[in-house]
Design a protein around this ligand. Structure first.
Ligand code: KG4
Length: 337
C-alpha cells in the first residue's frame, strides 16, 4: 500500500508518501509572501499553491523513491480551509488519480491533525496513542478538545466560541508591532520573561468550551493605557508581556483539558495543531504527565503545522477500509470533524 498525501488547505503546499504505514517523504513549500501583510492573503495563497503543487509532489515522489505508477491511492485534504487554496490540491489530486486510474481518499484536515500522532518513520520506535484518547487541537483556526474513540470516530466535546488560541496569539503579537505569525515570536520572547508580570482577562465559559476574544481585548486595552503613559512600554516589557500572554493562554487551555480528562477518566492525552509547537504548552503537558499520571503525546515539530504526512496517514487508515471517494466531491471550506 503506497499512499500519496496532498495538503493545500491554507498557506502550505505539502505532499507526502507513506508505504505500509511508514513515512517515506514529506515535502512542504511554505509561503513567505504573506509575512508583509500580517496574515494569510487567500488570493496570494491559491496562486502560490498553483506554482508549488507540481514541484512539491514531484519532489515527494523522488525523495520516497516511488514511481507514480506504484501509487495505490491519493489522499487529499478536502476541507476545512481556504476555498481557493483547497481547490488547487483537490483538482490536482483528481487529475492525477484519473490519469493513473487509482482511487481517491478525501481527508478532513482536522482529523488529519489528530492522526498525525500515528505517523511513523523508519526506526523511530514511535508509540501512537491507544484509543480512546483526548486530543487538544490548537491552531490558528481551531481550539478544540476532541474525544478520539477510533481513527474514524471523533467527537468534539469542547471548542472555542469565538477566537482560536493561535489567532489570539497572532493578534496580540500584531498589536505589539511584532511580525507574523506571532506564535513563534511570542514563544521566543516568553522564554526570557516573567509569566506572572501581567494579568489579563480569563473567560468564564461553561463545560469544556473556550473563549479567547475577551483575553485579546483585555490585552489590547491594557496595552493602550500603558503605552499612553510610557510610549516605550512595549519595547521595555515585551518579554514579560509575551510570557504573561503565553502563560494565560496555556493555563486556560490546560484547565478545560484537565476537567475533560478527569470527567471522562482518560489518561492518554495528545496535543496537535500549530500551537502545539509552543514551548510553554509542551512543558505544561509534561508537567501534567508528572502530576496526574497522564501519558502525553506531543508531535514532532514537523507535524505541528500543516503537513501532508498526516493526510497520507489518514489515507492509510481509510484505504484499509476501502473508504474511497468519487471524482465529483467538491472542496469544502467549513466542516467539523
Ligand atoms: O495549524 P497551523 O499551522 O495552521 C492553521 O491554523 O491551520 O497553526 C498556525 C498557528 C498560528 O496561529 C501560529 O502563530 C501558531 O500556530 N504557532 C504557535 C507557535 N508556532 C506556531 N503558537 C505558539 N507558539 C509557537 N511556537
Amino acid at each position: 500500500m503506497i499512499i500519496l498525501g496532498i495538503e493545500s488547505s491554507c498557506d502550505d503546499t505539502s505532499a507526502a508518501v507513506i508505504r505500509d504505514g511508514v513515512l517515506l517523504s514529506n515535502v512542504t513549500a511554505s509561503q513567505a509572501v504573506h509575512e508583509a501583510y500580517g496574515g494569510v492573503v487567500p488570493e496570494l495563497a491559491s496562486r502560490a499553491h498553483q506554482q508549488n503543487i507540481v514541484p512539491v509532489v514531484d519532489q515527494a515522489l523522488k525523495k520516497a523513491g516511488v514511481e507514480r505508477e506504484e501509487l495505490s491511492a491519493i489522499a487529499f485534504t478536502r476541507g476545512p480551509g481556504l476555498m481557493g487554496s483547497l481547490l488547487v490540491g483537490v483538482s490536482f489530486a483528481k487529475g492525477l488519480a484519473a490519469s493513473l486510474d487509482i482511487p481517491m481518499i478525501e481527508v478532513n484536515h482536522l482529523q488529519g491533525h489528530v492522526l498525525a500522532h500515528f505517523v511513523r518513520e523508519e526506526g523511530d520506535g514511535h508509540t501512537p496513542p491507544p484509543f480512546p484518547f483526548l486530543c487538544l487541537l490548537v491552531s490558528g483556526g481551531n481550539s478544540q478538545i476532541i474525544l478520539v474513540r477510533a481513527y474514524n470516530d471523533m467527537e468534539i466535546i469542547g471548542k472555542t466560541i469565538d477566537d482560536a488560541a493561535g489567532e489570539a496569539i497572532d493578534k496580540c503579537s500584531k498589536v505589539m508591532g511584532m511580525g507574523y505569525p506571532g506564535g513563534p515570536i511570542i514563544d521566543r520572547l516568553a522564554r526570557q520573561g516573567n509569566p506572572k508580570a501581567f494579568q489579563f482577562a480569563r473567560p468564564q465559559i461553561p463545560d469544556y468550551d473556550y473563549s479567547f476574544s475577551g483575553l485579546k481585548t483585555s490585552f489590547l486595552y491594557n496595552l493602550r493605557e500603558w503605552v499612553a503613559v510610557d510610549p516605550d512600554f512595549i519595547e521595555k516589557n515585551k518579554a514579560d508581556l509575551a510570557a504573561s500572554l503565553e502563560y494565560t493562554i496555556v493555563d486556560i487551555l490546560m484547565k478545560k483539558l484537565r476537567k475533560a480528562a478527569k470527567d471522562l477518566r482518560i489518561k492518554h492525552v495528545a496535543v496537535a495543531g500549530g500551537v502545539s509547537a509552543n514551548t510553554g504548552l509542551r512543558e505544561a503537558f509534561h508537567d501534567h504527565a508528572r502530576r496526574f499520571g497522564w501519558t502525553v503525546y506531543i508531535p514532532k515539530f514537523g507535524y505541528t503545522t500543516d503537513n501532508a504526512a498526516m493526510i497520507a496517514m489518514t489515507g492509510c487508515f481509510k484505504y484499509k477500509d476501502r473508504d474511497f471517494c468519487s471524482m465529483d466531491k467538491p472542496a469544502y471550506s467549513r466542516v467539523e470533524i
